[in-house]
Design a binder for this molecule. Structure first.
Ligand code: FES
Length: 162
């Protein structure tokens, strides 16, 4: 495990402030981890020892909680999380092609984050709007009835900018 020097100055300051702000709270670990993730975009692994000390836990316990909660991450994530639906309705209406095109446009495979930390690409199970299949979700926005043209419109600018 690295040390806090490996984290950017701003992140380090914010993490220390957050740990301090939780020092009087009971059961602070999960909200503290969520706040650190919100502030830094992820939970830097180098901060785990410090978080453990601040919450009176063992580092392995902190790591265990992070591993348990799918929504907590120890690797940087993109500002925009792109989720391509791989549910049945989307699949039969061309979801596989949409995923392929999104991968091409972003230059990412599933689970990857772009080096500029703009995008993370994921797939999800049915998101409940099958009538609009195939769907993708960018951040909190759902984009339905996707087709190659719409994919190009959504991400074309990025490809030109790379
Ligand atoms: S299968 Fe994609 S929204 Fe239901």
């Amino acid at each position: 495990m690295g040390n806090l020097q490996d984290i950017s100055g701003a992140d380090k300051t914010r993490i220390v402030e957050l740990i301090d702000s939780y020092s009087d709270r009971k059961w602070p670990l999960i909200p503290l981890l969520q706040d650190i993730q919100e502030a830094c975009g992820y939970i830097p692994p180098q901060a785990i020892n410090l978080i453990a000390r601040g919450t009176g836990l063992f580092p392995a316990q902190v790591q265990g909680v992070i591993t348990f909660y799918e929504q907590l991450y120890t690797t940087p994530r993109g500002k925009k999380i792109v989720r391509v639906c791989r549910g049945t309705a989307c699949h039969v209406r061309g979801g596989k092609t949409i995923l392929k095109l999104v991968k091409q446009q972003l230059g990412l495979e599933e689970g990857e984050t772009s080096p500029d930390l703009e995008y993370t690409l994921e797939t999800v199970a049915c998101i409940g709007v099958c009538a609009l299949a195939p769907n993708i979700v960018i951040g909190k926005d759902t984009h339905g009835t996707m087709n190659p043209k719409k994919v190009a419109q959504l991400f074309g600018e990025r490809k030109e900018g790379v």
